[in-house]
Design a protein around this ligand. Structure first.
Ligand code: UDP
Length: 254
């Protein structure tokens, strides 16, 4: 059987073919190291957004690790030959990394969400993972002119693992610009993971998730998201177009 490629291209965005264990191990090694590494949880909407935003494309290309966050990206990656068992979501990464951080004594920092959300998420994590060192937590509604001060506060906290839930693309841009300044070894964009963790936005039940229907559950719970969810049919159309173009190109070269 052929090996799974290390990374595949999904509509111009690099996706690293890692499962949750491999992603966790790599991020922990970034956190212990001295070279700051950005991690992206790549979703369907992000790939669609990258089509028309060159700065966002460059940010995704420059990040150390892009993991597969959604079923759309997973299906596309598998069509490109990737062997990835399942999605690697922000919530799951957050939990796994905190479990390991508690064992290893790596301090974490949570940045993002409405006022109080990150602090509450930190409380939940500290309770769930005894020994976890929470270096700090701050909300995500700061004005752009405070971005440097936020990064300096993280640097003073001594955090090694920085979770950023500012929504996309704000979290990716913020990390690209400020991760080095924050002093953390790893900076991971986790979207609405803090809200999910504290039950502010309930996650789909296990059975729905197994059927890959988390998107439908979220749509039913938060109907205002319908416009954002148009990204999925848009993504499918772009993929089909891309495959058609590739197969026509291939035939012409024969
Ligand atoms: N958010 C933030 N600052 C902002 C905009 C959004 O901290 O300026 C937070 C928001 O409160 C939520 C998260 O970013 O916790 C984005 O959640 P969303 O569900 O939109 O992200 P997704 O997981 O879909 O990328």
């Amino acid at each position: 059987m052929s090996e799974s490629p290390a990374a595949v291209d999904v509509l111009g965005c690099r996706l690293d073919c890692v499962d949750i264990e491999e992603a966790t191990a790599r991020i922990l090694s970034y956190a212990r190291g001295t070279h700051p590494a950005q991690v992206v949880t790549l979703g369907t909407e992000m790939v669609v957004a990258a089509q028309r935003d060159a700065r966002f494309r460059a940010t995704l290309a420059a990040s150390a690790l892009n993991v597969c966050d959604t079923v759309g990206v997973l299906a596309a990656a598998r069509r490109r030959g990737a062997r990835i068992a399942a999605r690697v979501t922000g919530v799951e990464l957050l939990e796994r990394l905190c479990a390991a951080a508690a064992r290893e004594g790596l301090p974490i920092y949570l940045l993002g969400g409405a006022p109080g959300v990150a602090i509450e998420a930190a409380r939940v994590l500290a309770e769930r993972y005894p020994g976890l060192r929470v270096a700090g937590a701050d909300d995500g509604y700061f004005p752009p002119e405070r971005a440097n001060a936020v990064a300096e506060a993280i640097a003073r906290s001594g955090a090694r693992l920085l979770f950023v839930g500012l929504g996309s693309p704000r979290q990716e841009f913020w990390l690209a610009e400020h991760l080095a300044q924050s002093g953390a070894g790893a900076g991971i964009g986790v979207g609405g993971a803090f809200d999910a963790l504290i039950g502010r936005v309930p996650r789909a039940p296990e059975s729905w998730r197994r059927l890959n229907l988390e998107w439908l559950y979220r749509l039913l719970r938060e109907p205002h998201r319908w416009r954002r969810q148009l990204a999925l049919p848009h993504f499918v159309a772009l993929m089909l177009f891309d495959e058609l173009r590739t197969s026509l190109g291939g035939r012409q070269h024969r």
